[in-house]
Design a protein around this ligand. Structure first.
Ligand code: C5P
Length: 218
């Protein structure tokens, strides 16, 4: 809350741009609840894989998406961050039935009375277009691949830099090219390029963007 008004912050951007770390930092700085919406798609993907569903069948995968437990997501987060689950999440996220199945969970979170921070691909455009503060976080694909590669290495996943870069470029193309809620900045989003920024510098820049939005009133 800021005064008597709910502050909603939308953070969008491509894979490994730093948006998750930035969104978490903003949630802590402004004492707001935080939802990583990518985890919803990842949980739906993991469930669909576990059940052996046909990943092109929107109805079946949407049913699996409706069965996920949003409360259990943070406990499961580590297991959901594998390259396989990420790639599958991006495939099923292109299915309109799956997006519809996960919609109200996200819009309810965004509209809770105290305000919220959400990160994803379509927060500023579809889930919370009313958010007074919108950031679109980017970084050069090579740098994003390097960051993601380090994360995979830390998890013991044997992937080369080239494989991670190819996965990131394929995900960018799928997320930006889909017809339903493609990855694109909202017209009033502020661009934050983290290519040359440390985590601290990116977090500072993000807070300045939100403070500027707040100073304009909402
Ligand atoms: O952000 P993360 O990499 O965890 O997201 C996994 C996948 O989920 C993305 O590649 C994207 O296809 C999908 N996603 C989405 N809309 C969101 C969040 C994630 O389509 N709001």
């Amino acid at each position: 809350m800021v005064g008597d008004r709910a502050l909603v912050i939308a953070v969008d951007g491509p894979a490994a741009s730093g948006k998750g770390t930035i969104a978490e930092g903003l949630a802590s700085a402004y004492s707001l609840p935080y939802l990583d919406t990518g985890l919803l798609y990842r949980a739906a993907a993991a469930r669909a894989l576990r059940l052996g569903l046909d990943l092109s069948h929107g109805g079946e995968v949407a049913r699996a998406a409706r069965e996920i437990d949003p409360q259990g997501l943070s406990a499961e987060a580590h297991a959901l961050r594998t390259a396989e689950v990420g790639a599958t999440a991006s495939r099923i996220a292109a299915l309109p039935e799956v997006r519809a199945a996960l919609l109200s969970l996200q819009t309810d979170f965004a509209r809770q009375p105290g305000g919220a921070v959400l990160d994803g691909r379509d927060i500023g455009t579809v889930i919370a277009p009313f958010a007074p503060a919108k950031l679109f976080v980017t970084a050069a694909p090579e740098v994003r691949a390097h960051r993601r590669h380090l994360q995979h290495q830390a998890r013991g996943e044997a992937l080369t830099h080239e494989q991670v870069l190819a996965d990131i470029l394929a995900r960018d193309a799928r997320d930006s090219g889909r017809a339903d809620a493609p990855l694109t900045p909202a017209s009033d989003a502020v661009l934050l390029d983290t290519t040359h920024l440390s985590i601290e510098a990116a977090a500072d820049a993000a807070r300045r963007i939100v403070d500027t939005a707040l100073a304009k009133g909402f």
